[in-house]
Design a protein around this ligand. Sequence first.
Ligand code: C2E
Ligand code: CA
Ligand code: CA
Ligand code: CA
Length: 279
Amino acid sequence: AKKQGRSNYQLFTQNMNSEAMRRVHLDHSLRRALENQELEVFYQPKVDLQTGQVFALEALIRWQEPGGKIIPPDEFIPLAEESGLIIPLGAWILEESCNQARRLNRIFQTPLRMSVNLSPRQFKHRQLARQVDEILERTKLRPDLLELEITESAMAKNPAKALRTLHELSELDIYLSMDDFGKGYSSLYNLKTFPINSLKIDGSFIRGLPNDLQDAAIVKTVITLGESMGIEVLAEGVETREQHDFLIKQGCRQGQGYLYSPPAPAKNLDYILSRPLIS
Ligand code: C2E
Ligand code: CA
Ligand code: CA
Ligand code: CA
């Protein structure tokens, strides 16, 4: 019977295209990775552009296979999203990040915020607010030191439902941030109705600064828009001094990108946080 099973499996695999094969393999390895602690949360600073000081960290997941190969999140997050594995994986990332934030806030005097990405499926999960609340209780992190980054596309399918979820979350007194703003489905209506504390201008608009006139116009406008609506605005993907100078000149107060620091493992944070990252 075993032999029979095996040949069925071979037949099955022969009929699958290589993309499907790759995904089955990846899904299997990801489950293993979660069990074997091959996953590690890295942290990328968010910088106050006026002082160069870090005011927050964004948690970004990294997966290093035993062989040393690093698999980027763009490759496995969508898969975990499809298989549903993102729910336990996301809960683990959230708890890990909150513990880290709690540790850092014990060491450093100024309060540091921790930003955690939510995938669309996590955002749609009925128990989300309860899960977040439980993790805050367990880790004893001050709620206003947790920020959730949610893309507009995760909210776009059903804006009425998204609004209810956002209200549930904001009742926990956590920060809410709209990720990748401007990319895809941006709507001013959402900006007006959603209880959002912060906007992240997508890196694709920062890339062309300061010379690309369209990018410059869009970035200026979003900075002004955020400011007049009382929403924090952060520029992501800042890579050059010229981009940094342009942002400062336009009154942007927050930035993130390789210019200041790449995402780093937790063990490097004490050093990263000990000094301004730009002057
Ligand atoms: P994102 O949330 O938009 O994260 C920003 C991405 O830009 C990160 O890539 C970051 O490493 C990268 N980045 C930072 N500074 C620069 C820069 O100056 N230039 C350029 N070109 N890139 C920069 P990463 O870590 O590979 O993550 C990619 C995406 O995967 C994230 O996009 C997010 O959508 C998803 N992701 C990563 N970690 C998590 C997680 O823990 N949970 C969930 N649900 N999604 C995650
Ligand atoms: Ca993000
Ligand atoms: Ca982003
Ligand atoms: Ca992105």
